[in-house]
Design a protein. Structure first.
Ligand code: SF4
Length: 785
C-alpha cells in the first residue's frame, strides 16, 4: 500500500540517482536509519512517479560502511589535524611544483553548491584548471556538440516535449532501465496519442522491446546513419530552406561532407536492413514533431562529439528545434551532471557557462576577487590520471566518486593513485576501491543529510533537502572545501550555509550578462535563507527581469524558439561530420567487442543500491551477455563462467547467453566493485581512448578475448553475517544482500582452494556447532547447514 503520511511529516527533496531528477517526499523513521519515501506529486519532473531505485531510497540509509571520522594513513583523526594536513600538503606542492601539480577529481553526485566552491578554489585561487568530473565519462561529448552548433552548452527542450512529440528517436539510450520515469511518461504518451518510438542501439533492450522500430546498428555507426538521414531530409519535403538560410551557417559544407545516400552503402555501414532504414527516414521526414533523445551510446565514443553534431544537423536542416514536441535532447546519466556544467566542473569550462576567453577569465576573476586565476583549460579525466601516473600531478583530491572502478583502464588508475605522493578522498563510505588508497579520508554527508540544489536534464533546478542529522563527524562537502581554502589562506570562502553559495552562483550567472550567456538565474541572486529553504523547482533561464524566487515556475522553457543562437552572428552552425570507426578494432587476439552500461536496479558503483535486498536481487552477479553462436564456439553453457581479457585488464564473469547482443559483441554492466565481486570491475578492461574534442572515453567499444573458465567446483552460500572474501583463495565469488543476510555465489578453479576449506573458512562455526550435512561422493554434491 502506498505510504500516505501527511505532507507536513515529509521533506520534499530530490532523488540522488539519475538525471531525470525526480522529486521525492521522505519521512525518516525515529532512529533515522530508514525512511518512508514516495514520489512528490507536485514535482514537475515526475509528478509523483518513482522507479525501483528511487522507491528503495529509504532502505539505503543505514550506517553500515559509513566513514564517520577523518582518517590519516588509516588511523582515526580529527578535522583540525586532517584539514591542516590537506591545506599544508596542497600549499607545499603548489609552492614547490606550481599550481598544475595538484588536481581535483569531482563528481556529478556533488550538489551544485559543493561543485561551485571546489571550482572557485582551484580555478580562482590555486590558479589551475585541473578540476574534472566523472561527468566527463557521461556527457562531455554532448557539451562539445552543443557548443559547436549553438555557441553554448544548451539543452533546448524539456520533458513536456515527450508528451507532445509524434515521433521519439532514442539513440544509444536504454531509456527503460536508465531513465525509467521518463520512459513511462513516453509510453503513456504513446498510449494516449500514438507516439511512434524508434530505438537505435546495437543491443536489444527493454527500450527496444517497447519501440515500433529497432535499428540494431553496428557499434560506432551513428555518424554514418545520421549523415544519411541528413542528406535524405535535405532533399525532401522536410527540408526547411527558409530556416536554414535565416538561422544557420555551414549547411552546404556539412551536406557535402555527409555525402550521397546510397542505401546499400548505408546498410553496409550501419548493419541495418535497407527496408528499416527507409522506414526510419520516411517517419522522420513526415513527422514535424520529432524528438531525438541521446545518451551514453552516443557520448561514450571517440567520435561522440561528431555523433551529437550529426544528430543536431538533422534538426537544424528541418528547423525542428525550440518548439513543442521536437528537438534534440541529451539525457544525462548522473543526478547533477547539469549542475556541474553550470559551475565549471569540467576542466575546459570556467564557471556560469563561461570559457577561457580572456574576457571571461577577467570577468570571473573580478567577480571572485580572485588571487590567481587559471588562464587555460586543465586536464580532462583520462589525462588527469595519466598525469598522476607520470608524476606530474603530485597531490589529488577526489570527491564523491570512485575512479578506481569507473575510469577506463581502471587498474592503471589504481596504480597511479598508489604511487601518488598525496591522495585525499572525501566520501560517505569507507569501503570503496578508491577510498582504500587515500592518505587522508574525509567523511562527507550523504543524501538525506545534505542540503543544496541539483539540476536535471531539462535544466530544472531542485532542492535536495536534509531530513537526517549528519552522523559521527561527517560534514558537508562545501563546508570541507571552504575550510581547506581558508586554511590555505584564501579569502572569499567564509560561507555559513549553502544558500550563501547559491546566491553567489546565481549572481555570477547574471554578472555582466547582457543576454550573451544562456545560463542566467539572476532572478535568484537575492534569494534569502528562508526563500532558499522553500525554493520550488524551476527551469533556467531565469534572468533578473523575471522575479520568481520562492514561486513555482509553471511555464516550460525552451531555447531557440526565436531561431537565435549564442554564436557571434546568432546563427546555429552545421558541422561537417565524417564517419570514423572506434579507435581500436577487434583483432585476432581480441576478437569480441565489449560494450558496457547500466542495469535497471543499480546505480554507479553500487555504494547505495547494493544495500537493499530488493535491488540486489534483480541481477545479483556481474555478467557478460553473449550471443548463442559465440557461446557455442567457446564451449560456454548457460550460467557458466568466462574470463574476459583486453589489452588493459581482465575479469571473471557469469555468462548470460542471449540473442539480445549481436554475434561478436558482448555486454557487461559497469557497476561491480571489488567490494561485491572477486573480479567484476569491467572498466579494468575498458580502453582509455578518448574523443579528441570532448576527452570522453570510449567505454562502449573495447576489443576483448573470451575463454571458458574451467571450474573445479561451484558453491552457493547463504549466511546472516557478511562473509569476508577479500583474500579468499578462490577465483570467483560475487555477493549480494538478501532478506536477513547474504547470498554468495562461489567457484573454484584448478589451482584454487578446495570447497571444504572455503566452506569451513566462510562459515566460521563455533567448535561445537551442530551441522547437518549431505554429501554425495558420486556427484560431488555437498550441502551443509
Ligand atoms: Fe527518478 Fe532517476 Fe531517481 Fe528513478 S533513479 S526515481 S528515474 S531520478
Amino acid at each position: 500500500m502506498a505510504f500516505e503520511a501527511p505532507r507536513n511529516a515529509e521533506t520534499a527533496t530530490t532523488c540522488p540517482y539519475c538525471g531525470v531528477g525526480c522529486g521525492v517526499l521522505a519521512a525518516p523513521s525515529n532512529d533515522g536509519l530508514s525512511a518512508e519515501v514516495r514520489g512528490d506529486p507536485e514535482h514537475p519532473s515526475n509528478f509523483g512517479k518513482l522507479c525501483s531505485k528511487g522507491a528503495a531510497l529509504g532502505e539505503t540509509l543505514d550506517m553500515d560502511e559509513r566513514l564517520l571520522h577523518p582518517e590519516i594513513d588509516g588511523r582515526k583523526s580529527d578535522w583540525d589535524e586532517a584539514l591542516n594536513l590537506v591545506a599544508q600538503r596542497f600549499s607545499e606542492t603548489i609552492a614547490a611544483h606550481g599550481p598544475d601539480s595538484v588536481a581535483f577529481y569531482v563528481s556529478g553526485q556533488l550538489l551544485t553548491e559543493d561543485y561551485y566552491v571546489a571550482n572557485k578554489l582551484i580555478k580562482g585561487f590555486i590558479g589551475s584548471a585541473n578540476i574534472d568530473t566523472n561527468s566527463r565519462l557521461c556527457m562531455a561529448s554532448s557539451v562539445v556538440g552543443h557548443k559547436r552548433a549553438f555557441g553554448t552548452d544548451t539543452v533546448p527542450g524539456c520533458y513536456e516535449d515527450l508528451d507532445e512529440a509524434d515521433l521519439v528517436v532514442l539513440v544509444g539510450a536504454n531509456f527503460a532501465w536508465c531513465h525509467p520515469v521518463l520512459h513511462q511518461r513516453l509510453l503513456a504518451a504513446k498510449a494516449r496519442r500514438g507516439t511512434r518510438i524508434v530505438a537505435i542501439d546495437p543491443r536489444q533492450t527493454a527500450t527496444s522491446a517497447a519501440a515500433d522500430l529497432h535499428l540494431q546498428i553496428k557499434p560506432g555507426a551513428d555518424v554514418a546513419l545520421f549523415n544519411a538521414l541528413f542528406s535524405h531530409l535535405s532533399s525532401s519535403s522536410a527540408f526547411d530552406k527558409a530556416y536554414v538560410e535565416s538561422h544557420t551557417t555551414g549547411f552546404d559544407a556539412a551536406l557535402a561532407a555527409a555525402g550521397s545516400v546510397d542505401m546499400m552503402d548505408v546498410a553496409d555501414a550501419t548493419g541495418v536492413a535497407v527496408e528499416d532504414l527507409l522506414t526510419f527516414f520516411e517517419w522522420v521526414r513526415d513527422t514535424p514533431r520529432t524528438m531525438t533523445i541521446y545518451s551514453q551510446g552516443v557520448n561514450q565514443s571517440t567520435a561522440g562529439s561528431d555523433k551529437v553534431n550529426a544528430i543536431l544537423n538533422c534538426h537544424l536542416a528541418t528547423g525542428r528545434i525550440g518548439t513543442p514536441g521536437c528537438g534534440p535532447f541529451s539525457i544525462t546519466g548522473q543526478p547533477n551532471a547539469m549542475g556541474g556544467r553550470e559551475v565549471g566542473g569540467l576542466a575546459n569550462q570556467l564557471a556560469a557557462h563561461m570559457d577561457f576567453a580572456p574576457e571571461d577569465v577577467d570577468r570571473v576573476g573580478r567577480f571572485w576577487t580572485a588571487e590567481r586565476m587559471a588562464y587555460a583549460p586543465g586536464l580532462k579525466a583520462v589525462d588527469m590520471f595519466n598525469a598522476v601516473a607520470e608524476g606530474h600531478v603530485k597531490a589529488i583530491w577526489i570527491m564523491a566518486t570512485n575512479p578506481v572502478v569507473s575510469m577506463p583502464d581502471a587498474d592503471k588508475v589504481r596504480a597511479a593513485l598508489q604511487a601518488c605522493p598525496f591522495v585525499v578522498v572525501s566520501d560517505v563510505i569507507k569501503t570503496g576501491d578508491t577510498v582504500a588508497l587515500a592518505d587522508v579520508r574525509l567523511p562527507a554527508t550523504a543524501w538525506g543529510e545534505k542540503s543544496g540544489t541539483v539540476t536535471n536534464s531539462e535544466r530544472r533546478i531542485s532542492r535536495q533537502r536534509s531530513f537526517l542529522r549528519p552522523p559521527g563527524d561527517a560534514r558537508h562537502d562545501w563546508d570541507i572545501i571552504s575550510d581547506v581554502a581558508r586554511r590555505m589562506g584564501y579569502p572569499g570562502f567564509e560561507y555559513a550555509s549553502p544558500s550563501e553559495i547559491f546566491r553567489e552562483h546565481a549572481a555570477l550567472s547574471d554578472f555582466e550578462n547582457t543576454g550573451a550567456r544562456d545560463f542566467d538565474i539572476g532572478a535568484y541572486a537575492g534569494v534569502d535563507a528562508a526563500a532558499y529553504d522553500d525554493l520550488q523547482p524551476f527551469q533556467w533561464p531565469a534572468p533578473k527581469s523575471e522575479t520568481r524566487a520562492g514561486e513555482t515556475q509553471n511555464e516550460q522553457h525552451r531555447f531557440f524558439q526565436d531561431g537565435r543562437f549564442y554564436t557571434a552572428d546568432k546563427k546555429a552552425r552545421f558541422l561537417e561530420t565524417v564517419p570514423r570507426g572506434p579507435a581500436n578494432a577487434p583483432t585476432e587476439n581480441h576478437p569480441f567487442i565489449l560494450n558496457t552500461g547500466r542495469i535497471r536496479d543499480h546505480w554507479h558503483t553500487m555504494t547505495r543500491t547494493a544495500k537493499t535486498p530488493r535491488l540486489s536481487q534483480h541481477i545479483a552477479e556481474p555478467f557478460l551477455e553473449i550471443h548463442p553462436a559465440d557461446a557455442a564456439d567457446l564451449g560456454l553453457s548457460p550460467a557458466a563462467l568466462a574470463t574476459a581479457k583486453s589489452a588493459y585488464g581482465e575479469g571473471l564473469f557469469r555468462v548470460q547467453i542471449s540473442r539480445r547482443v549481436r554475434q561478436g559483441e558482448v555486454f557487461a554492466p559497469m557497476h561491480w566493485t571489488s567490494r561485491y565481486a572477486a573480479a567484476g570491475r569491467i572498466d579494468a578492461l575498458a580502453n582509455p581512448e578518448t574523443d579528441p574534442a570532448s576527452g570522453q572515453p570510449e567505454l562502449k567499444h573495447t576489443p576483448i578475448s573470451l575463454s571458458a573458465f574451467s571450474a573445479k567446483w561451484f558453491g552457493l552460500l547463504a549466511v546472516i553475517e557478511e562473509p569476508n572474501l577479500s583474500n579468499a583463495p578462490i577465483s570467483y565469488w560475487a555477493k549480494a544482500r538478501i532478506e536477513g543476510g547474504w547470498r554468495v555465489e562461489l567457484a573454484g578453479g584448478r589451482d584454487d582452494a578446495d570447497i571444504e576449506e572455503i566452506a569451513a573458512r566462510l562459515t566460521d562455526l563455533e567448535p561445537n556447532a551442530e551441522i547437518l550435512e549431505y554429501a554425495d561422493t558420486k556427484t560431488g554434491a555437498l550441502r551443509r547447514a
